[in-house]
Design a protein around this ligand. Structure first.
Ligand code: 5AD
Ligand code: SF4
Length: 469
């Protein structure tokens, strides 16, 4: 049994090697005829991990079912970012407990960020004994061993490495989408923002070698992919652990030269967003003019308490530079309300920044104390009532600008990657614009094509349009 350990999880060690995944022949197709269901919570990193987990399970002979009640194996790929993510996973575990009473051979596994939490694993050991195995975020490549043991033995299998270990290449992937793909460029986070659990659940920053990334993108391009998202908890730190003079700016440029029609990246910390990155985004017509730039708070005092390493002023300076240098750039953000010590005046400053930036999209959250983080030790002194009031007030402000920005597009022709067919009407499609805005449109189109659409109407969270002649 390998249990999570926060002292180990906090350590940062830059000595790791890159090793290549290969399934042990004894597990290949061993479980042919068995079925699996996997439920994913949380961010794109988890979604992409699920694509790896599915491919490993299929190498072992499992096939996917979409109804968890019909599966021989149910896995939950969990998220720790806020308490409500926990609640959802525990709610699902409750349903699985009942299912297992009728299906005693059902195998249940929990993986993802919650598996890295000391408190969660403690609860699973004591009260959720029906969970057959727990697998940490650094242990995905070990899934065949862990699952095999969980099937063979009655006792709960817990394998959670708190330190990340080696960087594993060539894990197989079952991509969910035939046109859009995620490509990991960096794992982990060393920023240690005081409210955030990610540096403990995802380990230290480790960049993939540029050659591996560029090869993956080339293969995707050759197999017809239209859009790739370079993925990491903090992509701006790309390369710092490997190279002296090769960072995200240089990588974006090399990726753009491959020729894939749309490139984007996620998520960026404002602190190490370089001029080189801005210049490259502005220069290449296949890099999407869309940047997610988390603000978190508009008060420099709160930003300092959050350990964000920038001030309101330096954030706005960066924001202005992006708007000036990148034509038609869309900027979205994340904002937390009710951080410990946030006064009415601090919150007013957040509203001021939101009013200034007029974001194209914003994800707003109530602060949720996370186990073992430095902020959890601060007095949580804003009442829940007040936090909710601030959230509603902030949402009113940001929503107003989503609509205002969308309305400016009415009558314009925008490039759209067709993602799907609307279920309601024939010849109705949906897709995303080059600025990452959702658009529903009519006309003749094919899923996976990039088409020109004239915007006919604007709503808060989407646009309407028709294929342009
Ligand atoms: N409470 C509330 N929101 C949080 N986020 C991260 N940690 C917390 C927390 N403890 C938000 C941040 C981050 C986004 C992914 O989730 O805004 O950018
Ligand atoms: Fe969390 Fe901050 Fe790292 Fe983002 S940059 S994952 S908010 S610690």
């Amino acid at each position: 049994m390998n249990l999570p350990d926060y002292i180990e999880a906090k350590k940062r060690n830059k000595n790791y090697s890159t090793i290549s995944y290969n399934i042990d022949s004894e597990f290949k197709n061993k479980y042919k005829g068995k079925t699996y269901f996997i439920k994913t919570y949380g961010c794109q990193m988890n979604e992409h991990d699920t694509e790896n987990i599915k491919a490993i399970l299929e190498e072992m002979g499992y096939s996917e079912v979409l109804d968890y009640e019909k599966a021989d194996l149910v896995m939950l790929n969990t998220c720790s970012i806020r308490e409500n993510a926990h609640n959802k996973a525990f709610g699902m575990l409750g349903r699985l407990k009942h299912l297992k009473e009728d299906k005693p051979n059902l195998i249940i596994g929990l993986c993802g960020c919650m598996a890295q939490e000391v408190g969660v694993v403690d609860i699973l050991l004591k009260k959720y004994k029906f969970v057959n195995f727990v697998m940490g975020t650094h242990n995905i490549y070990r899934l065949p061993f862990i699952l095999d043991k969980a099937i063979e033995f009655d006792e709960q299998q817990i394998e959670v490495f708190s330190k990340e270990g080696d960087l594993i290449e060539n894990i197989p992937v079952k991509r969910e989408n035939n046109f859009k793909a995620w490509v990991n460029i960096i794992y982990g986070c060393d920023k240690f923002c005081t409210y955030c659990i990610v540096p403990y659940t995802r380990g230290g920053e480790r960049s993939r070698k540029k050659e591996s990334i560029l090869d993956e993108v080339k293969q995707l391009y050759e197999s017809g992919y239209k859009e790739i998202t370079l993925l990491g908890q903090n992509v701006n730190a790309y390369g710092k652990d490997l190279y002296d003079d090769y960072g995200l700016g240089e990588l974006l440029e090399d990726v753009a030269k491959i020729g894939i029609p749309r490139i984007t990246f996620m998520t960026s910390h404002p602190w190490d967003f370089t001029d080189k990155m801005i210049d490259v985004i502005a220069k290449y017509s296949n890099i999407m003019p869309y940047i997610h730039l988390p603000l978190q708070s508009g008060s420099s005092k709160i930003l300092k308490l959050m350990g964000r390493r920038y001030t309101k002023e330096s954030y706005l300076e960066l924001f202005d530079k992006m708007k000036k240098k990148i034509p038609n750039v869309s900027i979205s953000t994340d904002i937390i309300v009710g951080f410990p010590g946030e006064t009415e005046d601090d919150f007013k400053q957040t509203l001021e920044v939101a009013n200034y930036c007029k974001y194209d999209n914003a994800f707003t959250f109530i602060y949720s104390p996370r186990e073992n983080t430095p902020a959890a030790k601060l007095k949580d002194d804003v009442s829940l009532d007040e936090k909710e009031k601030r959230l509603y007030q902030l949402n009113d402000v940001v929503n107003k600008y989503f609509l205002e920005n969308n309305k400016k597009l009415i009558g314009k022709k925008v490039s759209v990657l067709v993602e799907g067919v609307s279920e309601k009407k024939e010849n109705n499609f949906f897709g995303y614009t080059f600025n990452n805005k959702l658009i529903n449109f009519t006309g003749e189109a094919k899923v996976g094509d990039i088409v020109l659409v004239e915007v006919t109407d604007a709503k808060t969270w989407s646009l309407d349009g028709k294929i342009s002649e």
